[in-house]
Design a protein around this ligand. Structure first.
Ligand SMILES: [Zn+2]
Length: 114
């Protein structure tokens, strides 16, 4: 996967949800990859994109506040992300190192309320 790292490519990836971003990142330089470039099955790409698109549904963006059950929604999203990361690891085994980076935005928002 080509990125901004010194040797122009990386074998060290992370799976992370973010608002309007693809869910595969370089774990070294933080470059966001186009998921179409990832050597993953189409099924898994679809699952990852569906997962990424519901990132942040625990936040009411129009009011910039956390939904009442926001922490649970984020926990659920992180659980799904962890499961998807395991599938990514299986498909990329022996070629890439992959880790999951869980979301903490609901916790950040809930801290702001107190
Ligand atoms: Zn990189």
């Amino acid at each position: 996967m080509h990125c901004f790292c010194e040797n122009k490519q990386t074998f060290d990836l992370k799976v992370e949800g973010d608002v309007s971003a693809d869910p595969i990142w370089c774990n070294q330089c933080g470059c966001n990859f186009d998921i179409e470039e990832a050597p993953l099955s189409e099924d898994l790409k679809d699952d990852l994109m569906r997962w990424a698109m519901i990132y942040g549904r625990w936040i009411d963006w129009s009011k910039d506040t956390l939904l009442p059950n926001g922490i649970e929604l984020e926990n659920e999203h992180n659980k799904q992300g962890q499961q998807l990361t395991e599938k990514v690891k299986q498909e990329l085994a022996n070629k890439y190192r992959v880790r999951f980076s869980p979301s903490t935005s609901a916790r950040m928002y809930s801290d702001l309320d107190f």
